[in-house]
Design a protein around this ligand. Structure first.
Ligand code: HEM
Length: 122
């Protein structure tokens, strides 16, 4: 059986390392940082970790319905494809910075991409 990206990258420790890099990129990206204003910082780190665990195909407790619910208030504030694309870019840039092989980056992107319609509520 083939391993998930999560396992190939080194499991939880790898995700922890990626969280820090991804977090910094997202919060300094003025296309999307405003969506994170007022979000509790400790809870935010856990969210980032959940996001990356999901993108890497690791064990997570989220369904499409949860993704829809978690982002519904952001859709009301105008969250759209432009913002989703920006997050995808930050995800790829994070993995490039951590020297993740291109094939694994593409796999993670495909997983994140599969949540687009749920995250954008359509
Ligand atoms: C690539 C697809 C995405 C995935 C897999 C994802 C994943 C998640 C997860 C797992 C949570 C935590 C949900 C919970 O509270 O249980 C969350 C919350 C959140 N997401 Fe996303 N997300 C995605 C796209 C986005 C985008 C495009 C934005 C905005 C640019 C965004 C902004 C947020 C914010 C601000 C929260 C926290 C909401 C709050 O606590 O008020 N997410 N996301």
């Amino acid at each position: 059986m083939s391993q998930s990206i999560f396992e190939q990258l080194g499991g939880e420790a790898a995700v922890d390392a990626a969280v820090e890099v991804f977090y910094r990129k997202v919060l300094s990206d003025d296309r999307i940082s405003h969506f994170f204003e007022g979000v509790d910082m400790a809870a935010q780190a856990a969210k980032q970790k959940a996001f990356l665990t999901m993108a890497f195909g690791g064990p997570h407790g989220y369904s499409g319905l949860d993704m829809r619910r978690a982002h519904a208030h952001l859709v009301e504030k105008g969250l759209n494809d432009f913002h989703f694309d920006a997050v995808m870019e930050n995800l790829a840039a994070t993995m490039q910075e951590l020297h993740v092989p291109e094939a694994l980056i593409a796999e993670a992107a495909a997983i994140a991409e599969s949540t687009r319609n749920d995250v954008l509520g359509r």
